[in-house]
Write a protein of this length. Sequence first.
Length: 188
Amino acid sequence: MVRILEITPDDINKLDDLQLTDLLLRLLRMEARKCGIPKSCISGSLNIKAADGGEDAHIKWAGGHEKTDWIPNRYTLFQCKAGNIEPKKCETEILSENGLKHRVRDALDNDGSYVLFFTQKCNTKMKNEREKGFREGIQSTGAPYYETIDIRIYDANKISMWVNEYVSLIVQVCSWIGRPLPNSMCTW
């Protein structure tokens, strides 16, 4: 049973590209505020059709926390995908004609983390297959860190868990997907 103030993986699955990117940026701002990380350390755009070099958002800070509950590294790059991304597509997702896409290369060359943030529900096997696809893409460029670099898969299950930490984001997702809320609740 869904509670009024709970987002499920199925709710996350209903988001489109723009909503997913907007949600990520909102989550990063909330997480930064909670952990004392300056919000100015977050970079991202809702211009989702622009060439992005393999990045929809990133956060990069110095000092303080090494990581947070949801941000695995002081330098973390996020790539959003509404819809399914097959493991083989993961391999090519991070590549350009000249090797790794420049934003991906910058994060990984600087010991950053790469996070696929997408709307599908995955079990562990499915996540491992996608991670393997990314590692094979990195390996094809000759990068020595293909086995050790931190790659995370934030699927609809994990994203819904993160969203459920923030009431304002629960209300926002409900608004986006058309789920009715009590009359006393609305987005700002």
